[in-house]
Design a protein. Structure first.
Length: 592
């Protein structure tokens, strides 16, 4: 049996950051190992080299960023099945350069509330297929492709079909996660047959072929959404879920629709930042940026070497994390997202940031009085998110993040970033919720377990209150695009559960505030603060004297726990696009 490699993979790329001047890593000082790509034509960064190559092939064939993103996404679901796939969901933020506008499609897996009528709630942690939500992946990707893609559906899906049919070599991270999930995977015969052949986990270098998944992908390529939500694939999903006690029906699957929303928006040091609206957690990212804007981070120095910078960044993340407890599904609860992301609310909370002393805890701020704040002129021109499209009943309650949640809470996810030669950009994050989702396969793909965080409210009460029939769980994902002078400047996102916000934020400030190359920014050691704790997970590479100073402030830096966030980012340098894939993972950046 091979040993767990998560910490080793994290430590190796950070060694360069530790030894370089000012604790940075130069993209020319260390080999990029396929983690960095530069091109004027287009680039892709994702968690799987084969998936990034699939996206680049679409650009070569004359497709745009949406074509490339859809091809990359379907391929990721084949070669990185522990993170996402046809049985999962996610969200996509699109920047359309010629039209100068952004679009956001939310296809997070959702529960059809009425199907839970009369069902007793599960015990916490129970492995049961009743926590499977209706998969949104296929609906969302196909909706985006139909609206904005240029190539045929058959073209964009062919790389994923080939990968499933011909097979792919198992990388160390997938092998490690299979080994760590043997108890879960062994509960389902179809899963065990594919990933635990002969009772042993597949090992690094083994080739996994998945003809059932290839067939399911072909049905989608041939029939579109009907090839997934109807017919053979749908019947397989319903059968597996029903056998596990889930009351889903074929009719339930056909009712699923992705939601087109407006992204959140703020300005940060002259840049325009667009990110994921509720119940995704762009709210927290935007609020953190607003809290940081009054601090001259470049003058303070890198948080790896400056205790003052460490304190500013850590406290801003903690305050925003605390305030993000007001986030929820806007179809089910009032969400003061406009207030939470307003400059006025950040100004009210600013005294909590950079005090030189670590607070034991923070009280949640009330952003509701700022919910009428008007957006800046730059944001107003992009028609940002507003609550007007939603009509929830506040009596439905709020199942936002719990106080004091640790940075590592959450499951496994994946992200991809794409730009094309015309300047169109896509940030797309997708997930099974937990590693391998529910653990059950249907037609060769894992079914999610996105119902694990839903409330146990009686569906009859929800119906009486006139609430939306679908319920989407809160999510830490936050696909983000930064604009400069009406053009994409940065495309970024990450998987990593509760670490997502911290990872994206720190990558952004290293690019936007410190001017680092994207690969340098991604390599920089990170902190992962939590709302209700002075303990802060700290990656290798921080100056020891700095750590001593932050301890004197009351922080307790700790060695990073198992699990980590990975960032996939693109930044513009003049007319060049520079893509970087996080060396903490097996991903790849490609260009042409």
């Amino acid at each position: 049996m091979h040993r767990p490699i998560a910490r080793l993979l994290m430590a190796l790329p950070l060694l360069a950051a530790c030894s370089a001047p000012d604790s940075t890593a130069s993209a020319t000082a260390a080999p990029d190992l396929g983690k960095r790509a530069v091109s004027e034509n287009g680039v892709v960064s994702s968690a799987l080299p084969q998936a990034s190559e699939a996206g680049i092939e679409m650009l070569r064939q004359g497709g745009n960023a949406i074509d490339a993103a859809v091809a990359t996404s379907f391929a990721l679901g084949v070669g990185e099945p522990q993170m996402s796939g046809l049985g999962g969901g996610g969200s996509m933020l699109v920047w359309l350069q010629d039209e100068g506008r952004a679009e956001y499609v939310d296809f997070y897996s959702a529960q059809l509330v009425e199907s839970w009528r009369g069902i007793e709630p599960l015990d916490s942690g129970t492995v049961n297929l009743r926590v499977v939500a209706i998969p949104g992946e296929v609906a969302g990707l196909l909706d985006a492709h139909e609206r904005y893609g240029q190539l045929s559906l058959e073209q964009v899906m062919q790389p994923a079909i080939d990968l499933a049919e011909n097979g792919f070599p198992v990388n160390q991270i997938l092998a490690d996660m299979i080994e760590a999930s043997v108890d879960k995977l062994s509960q389902f015969p179809a899963t065990a047959a594919l990933y635990l052949p002969g009772g042993e986990p597949v090992a690094p270098g083994d080739v996994v072929r998945n003809p059932e998944l290839a067939a399911a992908l072909r049905r989608i390529a041939d029939r579109g959404a009907a090839g997934f939500y109807e017919g053979e694939t749908a019947e397989a999903m319903v059968q597996v879920m029903n056998e596990g006690g889930h009351p889903v029906s074929l009719a339930d699957l056909t009712r699923f629709e992705s939601q087109w929303k407006r992204p959140l928006c703020t300005e940060y040091r002259g840049y325009t930042v667009l990110s994921g609206p509720p119940p995704q957690t762009g709210v927290q990212l935007v609020h953190t940026l607003n809290l940081l804007e009054s601090h001259d981070l470049a003058a303070l120095g890198y948080p790896t070497q400056s205790a003052e910078a460490f304190d500013v960044v850590a406290s801003a993340i903690r305050v925003a994390n605390t305030d993000n407890r007001a986030n929820s599904d806007p179809n089910w609860a009032e969400v003061p997202a406009v207030g939470l992301t307003s400059k006025a609310f950040a100004a009210q909370r600013a005294s909590l940031v950079g005090t030189g002393r670590a607070a034991e805890r923070y009280e949640q701020g009330d952003a509701t009085s700022f919910n009428g704040e008007a957006p800046s002129a730059a944001c107003a021109a992009l028609d940002p998110w507003s609550p007007d499209a939603y009509a929830p009943n506040a009596a439905a309650g709020n199942d936002g993040p719990t106080e004091g949640g640790t940075a590592g809470e959450g499951g496994e996810t994946t992200h991809l970033s794409v730009v094309d030669a015309q300047g169109n950009a896509v940030a797309l994050t997708r997930t099974n919720s937990s590693t391998f989702g529910s653990g059950a396969l249907a037609s060769g793909f894992f079914l999610n377990n996105s119902g694990i965080d839903f409330s146990t409210r009686d569906p009859a009460d929800a119906e009486a209150q006139g609430l939306n029939p679908w319920r989407i769980r809160n999510s830490t994902i936050a696909p983000t695009i930064v604009l400069e002078d009406g053009r994409a400047k940065m495309v970024v996102g990450a998987p990593g559960g509760g670490r997502i916000q911290s990872a994206i934020l720190q990558t952004m400030i290293y690019v936007l505030d410190f001017g680092l190359d994207p690969l340098e920014a991604v390599r920089m050691p990170r902190i992962y603060p939590s709302a209700g704790a002075v303990e802060i997970e700290t990656e290798n590479g921080f100056n020891t004297a700095t750590l001593g100073e932050v301890r004197a402030m009351g922080y307790v830096p700790t060695a990073d726990a198992d699990g980590y966030a990975r960032v996939y980012v693109i930044a513009r340098d003049g007319d060049r696009w520079i893509a970087a894939a996080d060396p903490r993972h097996n991903g790849g950046a490609r260009g042409y």
